[in-house]
Structure formats: structure tokens, C-alpha cells
Design a binder for this molecule. Structure first.
Ligand SMILES: [Fe+2]
Length: 218
């Protein structure tokens, strides 16, 4: 299970303890990524097993993990104290090195801020700068084993492509962004929560959106 960032609204020990408590009953291993509401070192403290190298204290929370059918590369797009994201030269160089180290293995890259525009200007203003999106695309173009880029941040499922790779943005398990193309103010509503399932097949990764709840047939 991959949690694509913003585990909490305001980072505190109590909030992260509550998240850990809620995730504990789940069977699959949990991989978390940093969102703009998260604290990198709290993620290290609460969600990074000791054997996983996630970077030094205060540094971007980044790591790779070998899943049964995939390699997962977790990239940190956050800037402490800011809502918008950055993928600076150091982080993109780290990504390129991680991808070059396992060129033949199907890979998913997880990053909180989508490296594509959302059609919601209010969110794009707190997204990644154009130069950083371009830099990310350049890294992807050189590593065709990346089968999907998965993201959070926008509170709504949408899909794009970047350098020939599918980008899937996960809806929220809490409030959603209503469908308002061109929205100029962030407005979160209690629309049905949902999550995504990325199935591995011989042909590649297939991404599904699964709403939680729904109407009864009878
Ligand atoms: Fe976010």
C-alpha cells in the first residue's frame, strides 16, 4: 500500500500516531511519501523501518523499495513550510541514479505534487514549476522502465501522460476537489472518497479507481 502524501493536515506526534494506528490493521506493507502537510523527519520516525535509507535528517524523504512485481521509487517534491513543490537538480539527479541502477525492472515512481498540469489553476499554482516538470520529463524519457507515475495533492483522480509515461493522480480518502475545470480557488467537498489500485500484468501496470461506499442495488 502506497500513501501518496499529506498523511495529516497539521504534523504533530499525535496526528502521526493516529495515522499509524489506522494503518496498522492493513496487511500489505505500507509505503508513505511526503506531502506538503507532512514533516519529513516525522515520516522517518513513524513510517520508515530502520533498514530503509530515506536520506539524512531534514533532507528530502526519498527511497526505493523492491515490491513483488515492481520497483517503487519514492521522490520527495516538498519544500518545508510551503504548499508548492520543487524537484530541484539534486532530487532529479537522485531519481536518475535510482532509475539507472535498475534499468530492466518495471518501476512506479511516486511523487506528491503531480509533474503535469491539472486543469485546476488553483492547484497548479501550488504545484511544480514548469522547469521542474520539464526536468522530471527529461529523466523519465531516459528510463522507459517507468510504467506509471503516481501522485496525490489534487484530491481528485485524473490522468495525463509525460514523456510517454502514464501519470495517475489519486483521489483523496477524505475530501475531494469538485470537478471545476479552470477553478481559481481550492474548494474541497465531501464527495465520495476513493483510492487507486495499480495492477501488474504481463503487459504493464493497469490503474483502477475504486470509490469507497456507493449505492445499494436493492
Ligand atoms: Fe498536498
Amino acid at each position: 500500500m502506497i500513501v501518496t502524501g499529506d498523511l495529516v493536515t497539521d504534523p504533530s506526534a499525535a496526528a502521526y500516531e493516529r495515522v499509524r494506528e489506522l494503518l496498522a490493521p492493513l496487511d500489505p506493507p505500507v509505503y508513505v511519501i511526503a506531502g506538503n502537510h507532512d514533516d519529513r523527519d516525522a515520516l522517518r520516525e513513524y513510517f520508515a523501518p530502520g533498514e530503509r535509507d530515506t536520506g539524512a535528517a531534514g533532507a528530502p524523504f526519498q527511497y526505493s523499495a523492491d515490491l513483488p512485481d515492481l520497483r517503487l521509487v519514492v521522490l520527495d517534491s516538498t519544500v518545508p513550510g510551503e504548499e508548492e513543490g520543487r524537484l530541484d537538480r539534486e532530487r532529479l539527479a537522485w531519481l536518475a541514479t535510482e532509475l539507472a541502477a535498475a534499468a530492466g525492472i518495471a518501476t512506479v515512481v511516486a511523487v506528491h505534487h503531480p509533474p503535469v498540469l491539472s486543469s485546476f489553476p488553483a492547484f497548479d499554482e501550488i504545484g511544480l514549476p514548469a522547469a521542474d516538470r520539464g526536468g522530471f520529463a527529461d529523466v523519465l524519457a531516459g528510463h522507459p522502465q517507468v510504467q506509471r507515475v503516481i501522485c496525490g495533492h489534487i484530491h481528485r483522480a485524473f490522468f495525463e501522460t509525460l514523456a510517454g509515461c502514464g501519470v495517475a493522480v489519486c483521489p483523496s480518502t477524505w475530501l475531494q476537489s469538485p470537478l471545476e475545470i479552470g477553478m481559481t480557488e481550492i474548494n474541497l467537498e465531501p464527495e465520495p472518497a476513493a483510492f487507486m489500485v495499480h495492477a501488474t500484468t504481463e503487459a504493464g501496470v493497469v490503474s483502477h479507481v475504486q470509490p469507497i461506499g456507493g449505492v445499494r442495488r436493492d
